[in-house]
Design a protein around this ligand. Sequence first.
Ligand SMILES: Nc1ncnc2c1ncn2[C@@H]1O[C@H](COP(=O)(O)OP(=O)(O)OP(=O)(O)O)[C@@H](O)[C@H]1O
Ligand SMILES: [Mg+2]
Length: 286
Amino acid sequence: MFMGTEKLTHTYMPGTPFANEALKEVTFDVKQGEFVLVIGPSGSGKSTLIQHLNGLLSPSSGKVYFDGNAISSDKRELFKLRRRVGLVFQMPEEHFFSETVYDEVAFAPRNLGFDESEVQIRVSSALEEVGLDAGTLAERHPFQISAGQKRLVALASVLSLNPEVLILDEPTAGLDSSGRRNLFSLLTRLNRSKGLTVLICTHHLDEVAALADSVLVLHHGRLIFNGPAGEIFSRREQLYELGLGLPAVTEILFGLSEKGMKVRTDIYTLEGARLEINKVKRRHEK
Ligand SMILES: Nc1ncnc2c1ncn2[C@@H]1O[C@H](COP(=O)(O)OP(=O)(O)OP(=O)(O)O)[C@@H](O)[C@H]1O
Ligand SMILES: [Mg+2]
C-alpha cells in the first residue's frame, strides 16, 4: 500500500464529557500518483482524516500508512514524513508565524538546513508556481495580504519542500476565478506531469472534480463510499441524501437522461461530457 489507513478511529478529548469520535474504523488505500477527493458534509471528519496522513494527529486506534510502512510517533520519523507529505490547512492563516511572506515560505527549507542561496531559489520558484508576485508581496506581513493570497502563500510554503504528496483542505476557499483556474492548472501540472499524489477535501466539486481518479465519502466519521470518481458521482440519490451535490457536468447528464436521452451518468469532466453527447447525437442522426 502506498498510503492509507486501516480501521483508523480518532476520538477528540477522550475520557472527558466532551469526547467525540470523529473517525470510526476508516480503511482506505491511495495509489502513488492518484488524485483523490475527500468529500462529506461539514463535521463528517475530512480535516481530521487528512491530518492523520502526515502525522499531525495520531490514531486513537487503527493504523496510518505511508510508503508501505505504518507511521510511527518517533519525532525524527515524523519530521521526514512531513517533508514528503505536504499539508495545507483549511485555515492556513491561523498557522502563520513569520514577519514576512518570504520568511513564511522560507521557514521549512531553512528548517531543513538548506543554505540561503538554495532557500532563495526554492522560495522564488514556489511563489512563482502558485502565481504570486514576489516583487510586491515577499516583504509584506502575511496578515497584510488577501484571504486568497494567504491560501497561496500556505501552498507555496508546502511546495518549497518538493513533497511527493500534496494534501489540500478546501483549497479554493477565498480564491477568485483566476486564482481557481491557476490552482487547477497547478494541480494538473503537479499531478499529471510531476506525478505527485494529491488529496483534496472540498465542498466545491466543480473546481477540482475533473482531475479526480477516486473519491472518498465521509459521513459522521465513517467512510461510506470509496471508489472511482465516475462510479461515486453516478450515485446521485445517495449523495443527495447526505446533503452532497454532484459536479455540474454530471448533473446535466442526469438531466438529459431523465429527458429520455440515452447518455451515461458516470461522467464528470467537460471533455467526457462533450464526447458522450456527440456520440448520442450521431446515434440520433443515423
Ligand atoms: N480540535 C477539535 N476538538 C474537538 N472536536 C473536534 C476538533 N476538530 C474537529 N472536531 C469535531 O470532529 C468532527 C469532525 O470534524 P472535522 O473538522 O474533521 O470535519 P470536516 O469534515 O473537516 O468539516 P468541514 O467540512 O466543516 O471542514 C466534528 O464533530 C467536529 O466538531
Ligand atoms: Mg474541514
